[in-house]
Ligand binder design. Sequence first.
Ligand SMILES: NC(=O)c1ccc[n+]([C@@H]2O[C@H](COP(=O)([O-])OP(=O)(O)OC[C@H]3O[C@@H](n4cnc5c(N)ncnc54)[C@H](O)[C@@H]3O)[C@@H](O)[C@H]2O)c1
Length: 256
Amino acid sequence: MKVLIVGYGRMGHEVEAALVARGHKITARVDRSPGLGDATEISSQMLQSCEAAIEFSLPEGILGNLSSYAAAGLPAVVGTTGWDAQRDEARKLVEGQNSSLVYGSNFSLGAHLFFHLVGEAAGLLKDLPEYDVFVTEWHHKLKKDSPSGTALTTAQRILAALPRKTTVVTERLDRPVEPHELHVASVRGGTIPGIHQVLLDSDADTIEITHTARNRSGFALGSVLAAEWLVRTKRKGFLSVDEFAREFFSAAGRKV
Ligand SMILES: NC(=O)c1ccc[n+]([C@@H]2O[C@H](COP(=O)([O-])OP(=O)(O)OC[C@H]3O[C@@H](n4cnc5c(N)ncnc54)[C@H](O)[C@@H]3O)[C@@H](O)[C@H]2O)c1
């Protein structure tokens, strides 16, 4: 597969390593900071000489890049976070051109296994009111957003599985947590790539389900596998990484 890398920061470099490891060719690296990549802007020649784009950049101006991929009919995998408010506009761009794009805040397939386990465990608490459930997430001191998109996805999986939890609370609590509230707490410091933990806690015991990213390689590998999937299946549309993960695991005989 010939791939254009957009955003050549920490994740862009990881994506490059994952592409090389899987025998793919990198046609160009674009980064808006001069000197980091091969160019600061995406050109039409770049769009024509690759089969997919993988973007891990920053949310400012994201729609410009997405509309370039859509207009060129180029399958794109976008791991950039922090542009939820522009998602509807992005969807229109992609669907309007009958193009294809996979987006998501966590491309690690290990994290998708974690979401599945959390959903299953939360569902088992339906008839066990003795157990409360809550979420913590830890990330490096440079992370710009809080809580993480992965923590919010984790929380949504719990809400979907456990009817007595109806509201996600992400701010500091200076009062007791209400029974219907699911508290999500964020910690920032050091160089931690990402730890997400769900605790199921009762008087008798605690069950901890933890996903610990050791580095960024799992996110990069997942994004490359998603690009391979788009190119291989010729899937069209504005697709969440959840759809990719579901198909990935169901192809292996697993339902997540
Ligand atoms: N989805 C996932 O699995 C996942 C995993 C890790 C990080 N992320 C997200 O990926 C993004 C990048 O993370 P990072 O750690 O590599 O950040 P980074 O700051 O190291 O790199 C981002 C790079 O993108 C460049 N950039 C910004 N806007 C651009 C644009 N419009 N066009 C081209 N280049 C542009 C910047 O100059 C910078 O070099 C963040 O939004 C982060 O939250 C997502």
